[in-house]
Design a protein around this ligand. Sequence first.
Ligand code: SAH
Ligand code: MG
Length: 204
Amino acid sequence: MDLDYLIRKMEKYADEKGIPIMEKDGINFLSEFVKLNKIKNILEIGSAIGYSAINMALASNDVNITTIERDKDRYIEAVKNIKSAKLDHRITLVLADALDFNTDEKFDLIFIDAAKSQYLKFFNKFSNNLKPKGYVVTDNIKFHGLAFSDKSKLSRNLRQLLTKLENYVNFLNNNKDFKTRFFDIGDGIAISRRRKDKDEENIS
Ligand code: SAH
Ligand code: MG
């Protein structure tokens, strides 16, 4: 299947089914980041239908991705899409809750794009799987513009979720081991990199 067509089909499918795949400028930014930083292997938390995984894999032929999804229907859809894109030799899909998934592999990039209430848990669990100079990228930091807004009009559930997301942002800002930059792209993207020593804090 023609790749552009497949990608457009996935965008339409996600739109119709209300599946929160990355926004166009967000995925373009991430793909460019993968290319520029010569990322070779990626762990993605939250595959949905495989949209971001396929796009990142297309950034370079050297990219291999392991991606985890807990929703069976989305997982099945992702398997289909990745096969159609002929990327099944470079993208490994795992049907599991990410918090139950363990691997010894070390990655150049860990992409967190699953339940926002669990961002902190994902970060702490999977930073062990990061190479010394690897990156953790987190999506939806702005939470559709809701983050750091007036919460009084929101439902209790939404308020709790927002508080968790704010806690996560604060955690990143105060983290002694990682340096984080926030990008106002798509729904807000954070890029964190382990501080090796004080002279190496810059993220290229
Ligand atoms: N990265 C995708 C979008 C992911 S949407 C893209 O841009 O194309 C978030 C997905 O994370 C949802 O499909 C949801 O089912 C999944 N998810 C949420 N919490 C999870 C968890 N703890 N483990 C695995 N998957 C999870
Ligand atoms: Mg997202």
